[in-house]
Write a protein that binds this ligand. Structure first.
Ligand code: GSH
Length: 206
């Protein structure tokens, strides 16, 4: 079994960037395979049968097995590194923020970014247009909660960057694409600069 890691991705996706930033941060190499989600390339019978029955990227290919879900894939890449706290409480706290990201943050901020920047407001369905206000409110509530948590703290957990910071960073630093005003959240903007200042940081476009 090959120990090569292959990332099936769409490079403009924050979810895929989480896995790339994690790999860069721990010095691991990823092969990259690009799919155009705007053309339905993750919805083909072949992709559904062989890569992810859920029709989405990112998916991390490890030997002959596949790990869908960005935070799970990033966790696999980070395993054993100093991005993963060893203290049981801190470890659970890292998972808490990663689950929170998937429930309270990504479905609001990432979805609005996708609708506004990729699909275009004019092309949204009636239902999607109705959901925009709710997602903006929930996205701002998520940013406010992050800002409060980061008051007097440099990182989400403990004294250095963990995987929770990476998973939260991916869509937070591009929230402006969806017209979220990050200047309202000064502790978040300071934290964004802190992540960008890490020695192995790579930008989303890398
Ligand atoms: N919860 C999943 C969400 C994955 C997801 O929504 N991926 C989007 C791109 S960010 C996608 O593949 N969209 C294409 C499609 O649904 O057809 C994760 O964190 O990986």
């Amino acid at each position: 079994m090959s120990d090569e890691l292959v990332l099936h991705e769409y490079s403009a996706s924050g979810n895929c960037y989480k896995v790339r930033l994690t790999a860069a941060s721990v010095g691991k190499h990823l092969e990259r395979r690009e799919y155009d989600i705007m053309k339905g390339e993750t919805r083909t019978p072949e992709f559904l049968a062989n890569v992810n029955a859920n029709g989405r990227i990112p998916v991390l290919e490890v030997g002959d097995r596949f790990i869908p879900e960005s935070n799970a894939a990033a966790y696999f890449v980070a395993e054993g590194s100093n991005l993963i706290p060893t203290d049981p409480f801190d470890h659970a706290d890292m998972l808490r923020w990663m689950f929170w990201e998937q429930y309270n943050h990504e479905p609001n901020i990432a979805t609005l970014r996708f609708w506004m920047k990729w699909v275009g407001v004019a092309n949204l369905t009636e239902l999607q247009r109705l959901q925009m206000t709710g997602k903006r409110g929930a996205g701002n509530a998520a940013l406010k909660l992050m800002d409060e948590h980061l008051t007097g703290r440099e990182w989400f957990i403990g004294e250095h960057m963990s995987l929770a910071d990476i998973c939260l960073f991916a869509y937070t630093h591009v929230a402006g694409d969806a017209d979220f005003d990050l200047q309202r959240y000064p502790h978040v903007t300071d934290w964004i600069e802190r992540v960008k200042g890490q020695p192995r940081y790579i930008p989303m476009s890398a």
